[in-house]
Design a protein around this ligand. Structure first.
Ligand code: ADP
Ligand code: MG
Length: 253
């Protein structure tokens, strides 16, 4: 089986700051990979590179066998055009720490927006699918609510439904519960857990170690722009072999 996501020797620099220093990783179809690590270790940057929000300086990144941002012909790489990049991005859903919903649109309109505007799909069929998605995230009764009328946890669940509306092959989550009040975290993690059970391939940056232990197939611990340790949750969270992993876990657990 080929990995759905594969990174080979990924390097990313911001000016003179080396943020990713040779990252290798694989995520198989239907796997959930949790990325943990201290602030500033490069976790968000890695997700942003997968989703074309940043361009890598060296290495290769594949999603579903396609080289991200490039076309390969023989030994040569050609940069993709804007349109082709948009095509690759469409297959990847991303949920951020901040919900970024369109404030002037209802929950249902937020979910419908991309399929209708970007993919030019039929409004009626998108509406039906979007209602099903709101139902799936437990918000069937909130379709007419505006973001300001929803709690942070509800907004984040709308954001998940909105990403799913584009029927992505891969979902990226960047600390999706970090901005939420503690009592709202569980509902969002519950939706993510269900999504994982339904077979979605997911990369989740999170500090929720309990979630990582229960849901992740693999955990990557990043520090200083490298993957220090990788393995099953039992290995990395339960019985880490590196001192850096142990001291990080001692701080977050
Ligand atoms: P994490 O998500 O693990 O906290 P980030 O990927 O956000 O880490 O950031 C890694 C490092 O890269 C940090 O030192 C951060 O300040 C730096 N960085 C991230 N984005 C940019 C940017 N656009 N320009 C300059 N530096 C950046
Ligand atoms: Mg981050």
């Amino acid at each position: 089986m080929t990995p759905l996501v594969q990174g080979q020797g990924i390097h990313k620099r911001f000016g003179r700051l080396d943020v990713l220093k040779g990252i290798d990783f694989e995520v198989m179809p239907q796997e959930v990979a949790c990325v943990i690590g201290p602030s500033g270790s490069g976790k968000s940057t890695l997700l942003r590179c997968i989703n074309h929000l940043e361009k890598i300086d060296a290495g290769r990144l594949f999603v579903d066998g396609q080289l991200i941002g490039y076309r390969q012909r023989g030994e040569k790489l050609y940069e993709l055009r804007e349109r082709e990049i948009a095509g690759q991005r469409r297959d990847i859903g991303m949920v951020f720490q901040r919900f970024n919903l369109f404030p002037h649109m209802t929950a249902l309109e937020n979910v419908m927006e991309a399929p209708v505007q970007v993919r030019r799909e039929n409004r009626d069929s998108v509406r039906q699918r979007s209602r099903e998605l709101l139902d799936r995230v437990g918000l069937a009764d909130k379709e007419k609510a505006y973001p300001a009328q929803l709690s942070g946890g509800q907004q984040q669940r709308v954001a998940i439904a909105r990403a799913l509306a584009m029927q992505p092959k891969l979902m990226l989550f960047d600390e999706p519960t970090s901005a939420l009040d503690p009592e709202l975290v569980g509902d969002v993690l519950g939706v993510m857990r269900q999504l994982a059970q339904d077979g979605m391939t997911m990369i989740v940056v999170t500090h929720e170690m309990q979630f990582a232990r229960e849901v992740a197939d693999k955990v990557l611990f990043m520090d200083g722009g490298v993957v220090v340790e990788e393995g099953t949750p039992e290995q990395v969270v339960g019985n880490p072999s590196h001192e850096r992993t142990r001291s990080f876990l001692a701080r977050v657990l």
